[in-house]
Structures are given as C-alpha cells and as structure tokens.
Design a protein around this ligand. Structure first.
Ligand SMILES: [Zn+2]
Length: 413
C-alpha cells in the first residue's frame, strides 16, 4: 500500500513538473533561454530524470541575471502585480516567490507537532526584508494558531514573551532557543515547570544531537528540524525516526554533481538542487550550493523513502553563519570601504552551539586598531547581513595571499 502511495507521489510530481516546465518556457525569458542554450523543448522534460537536461541555475548566476535584467532576472512567469510580497535576500537577490506555495509546505510540516488553534508560536527569525519569518508567520496563522512576531535578538524580552504569553511553540535556530532557556534559568525560572513550550521547529543551523537531547529530555520540548533555503523556502523535515529528512509533497529535489549537473545515486555526496512548484517565480533546477546525499531505504514511519542525509557543507566558498549565507564577494565589498585593511580572512567557529564570526585583519602600519575594529563591526552587517563577533589584528604577512577568504572551523558532532 505504502509503496504504491509513494509511487503515486512521484507520478504526481512528474505531472506537475510537465505543467511547470511548459508554463515557465512560455512565460519566463530566462527559462526559455536556458532551454534554447542546450537545444531542448518543454516536451523533452517528462519526468524528474529528464530534469538533468536543463542546466542548473546557481545562486551566483541568479545574482548576475537579476543585475542584468532587474528585478527578477527573467524568471518571473506571472504579472508583477500578482506577487503578494517581494523580499530582498543576501546576494543581493530579489525574491518574488509565491508565498502560498512556500507556506503550503510549512503547513504540511507543522502536522508533525499537531500545531493548531490554541497554540501560540514565537517566530524568532528576522522580519526585516528577508522571507523566512514571513512564511512561518503565515503558516502559523493558516493553521489557526497565533503567531508572535518576536523577531531576532533581545533575549530578555523573548523570555518575557515566552513566559507571560504561555508560548507553546518556538520557531528559530536551535542555538537561540538554547540561549533563551539558559537566560530564563539565570533569571531564576524552572524552565520545565514555569513555561508551556511544547514544540520547537528548528532550522538554519546544524542541530547537534546533544542539544536536541537536552531540549527533549531535560525540557520536554518536541523538536522538529527542518531544512530550506532563503530562495525557495523550507522543503524537507525530519520525522520522529530522526534519520534523514523527508521531502515535502510539493517539491522536487535532486543531488547532482556540482561540476556537470548529472544526477547522483543514493549515498553520493553532491549539490542539492531544488525545483519548487511555483509558477510565478520559476526557479527550475536551482542549485542551493549545499552539499548533501540521500537514501532511499524505507523509513519505519511509512513516508516516502527518499530522505536527505542532512547538509554536509557548501559547494563553493560561501558560508552559512547563524542561518545566513555570507559570500566572499560581499565581504570584499564591505572591506573595500577600509583602505587601511591590507588582507583579511573570516574565521567561523562554534562555541556552545553558536556560530562565532571573527574577522582576521592585517592592517597598514600605524592604523588606529580600536577605531578600525569598531567601524568594521558596524559596517559588516549592513553589507553581509550577519553580525561580526570580533576583529582580530594580525602581524604583516600572517595571511598568505593564496589563503581562503573563509575558514570554517565548525565541527558537527
Ligand atoms: Zn520517516
């Protein structure tokens, strides 16, 4: 029965893919140009396997195409006035994705925690320009629950909100939830007894098993970890078996060789490429830049067997810090404002589950380090959209000219 239902799921995806491809080819100039560049027509794409014929669109390419043809780089396949919201994500990238489509996938995932009327759910992502908080907010309200847009930062006020409003659900990064709990304990609360938090939907960072265990066993919080990208939204979630991430019904995912775009088999590490069923902003075969692998062994939960085995790193040099991608060229752009900086390198560490971004800098002789450090810390989030924790000054020639712009020292255990 289950095997049959799962076959039906892929047949349904193939059917929707055929419709999407035809619609995008007819309405989105960038998609038509892609098809033309390799000499294929919509009828050449009948199934998910055939997707391999279409070149992958990388994030860098999307940034370039949006610059050439603003605002959406030719991927919009609907009148501009149809868009409910438009976001600006790091890249910089305008996002005109179909909100209902993004939200539909989240509603499917909230079923794991049986969220609904009577739940009060805090959304601790930033509401400023970037989409994730908005999608979550809409999904929570679509479920009949109450959304609390508590936004990012300000731990003390988050503790008060969570306590006084008897919040039942948390949406955000695992490290920030940990910070809120620890702060509540410092303030003298017994978290398990004084708070009503029953579930957390975590994302945007690796969830270390030790931290998950502490949430679940010590604090009695049901944790569902989900994965997505700022470009196409969340699309994959862990079931109660906690082995691999199941796909939303409403997405196509491939693991491909980043060099050739060829689809890879189970267990092979490759780039995660996604195709959302969005016929207004048609990101067909969007290369997320994330490395992952999949399994197709049946899952005891009975959902479809295809599961992603988590995120294994980044294809290029871009790095994800506290849920935000930072590209080396954004850093270069930021540091270009400081001629006293001769060389620099970003080092990312993890301390108590939290990402720490340190900018290592070689400055000109005689530079005022204190002033320079303060100016860089102020400027960095404006360009890179993520906060810098510290600036460290190094002696001349400490950074080799060939050194990587980003050194990621995080270990995922
Ligand atoms: Zn499962």
């Amino acid at each position: 029965m289950e095997a049959k239902a799962n076959e039906g799921l892929w047949e349904c995806r193939n059917q929707r893919l055929r419709h999407l491809v035809r619609h995008a080819y007819e309405n989105a100039p960038a998609i038509r140009a892609k098809f033309d560049s390799v000499g294929i027509k919509p009828e050449d794409v009948q199934t998910v396997k055939d997707l391999a014929k279409i070149p992958v669109t990388t994030k860098d390419e999307l940034v370039r195409l949006q610059k050439e043809t603003p605002p959406f780089g030719g991927f919009l396949a609907a009148p501009l006035e149809n868009l409910e919201k438009i976001f600006l994500s790091p890249g910089p990238l305008f996002d005109g994705g179909n909100v209902k489509e993004r939200v539909g996938r989240l509603v499917e995932m909230f079923d794991l925690v049986k969220a609904g009327r009577g739940d009060r759910v805090m959304v601790t992502y930033s509401y400023h320009l970037v989409p994730p908080a908005h999608w979550m907010d809409e999904a929570i309200r679509a479920l009949g629950a109450t959304a609390i847009p508590s936004g990012a930062g300000n731990t003390d006020s988050q503790v008060k909100i969570m306590h006084d409003l008897e919040v039942t659900g948390y949406v955000g990064t695992p490290s920030f939830l940990n910070l809120i709990i620890k702060r509540a304990e410092e303030m003298g609360y017994d978290f398990r007894g004084d708070f009503k938090l029953r579930f957390a939907m975590t994302s945007a960072e690796m969830l270390p098993p030790s931290l998950r265990q502490s949430f679940e066993e010590k604090y009695g919080i049901q944790v569902v970890d989900i994965i997505g990208t700022a470009d196409v939204g969340w699309f994959t979630y862990e079931c109660e078996q906690k082995y691999g991430y199941h796909l939303s019904r409403d997405i196509i995912v491939e693991i491909v060789d980043p060099a050739t775009g060829k689809q890879l088999g189970p267990g092979e590490l490759g780039e995660l490429v996604v195709t959302p069923f969005d016929d207004s902003y048609t990101l067909i075969r969007f290369g997320t830049g994330d490395l992952s692998a999949y399994t197709d062994e049946p899952c005891p939960c009975g959902r479809e067997p295809f599961r992603l085995l988590g995120m294994k790193g980044r294809v290029g040099e871009a790095v994800k810090i506290r849920g935000m991608f930072v590209h080396p060229n954004q850093m270069k752009q930021c540091l270009a404002d400081f001629p006293e900086v001769k060389r620099f390198q970003l080092q990312v560490d993890q301390v108590q589950y939290r990402d720490i971004a340190t900018l290592r800098v070689e400055a000109e002789a005689g530079a005022d380090e204190e002033r320079l450090s303060a100016a860089i810390i102020a400027r960095f989030p404006q360009v890179c959209m993520v906060k810098l924790d510290k600036v460290e000054f190094l002696p001349p020639d400490a950074i080799s000219p060939e050194a990587k712009v980003v050194v990621d020292q995080r270990k995922w255990e």
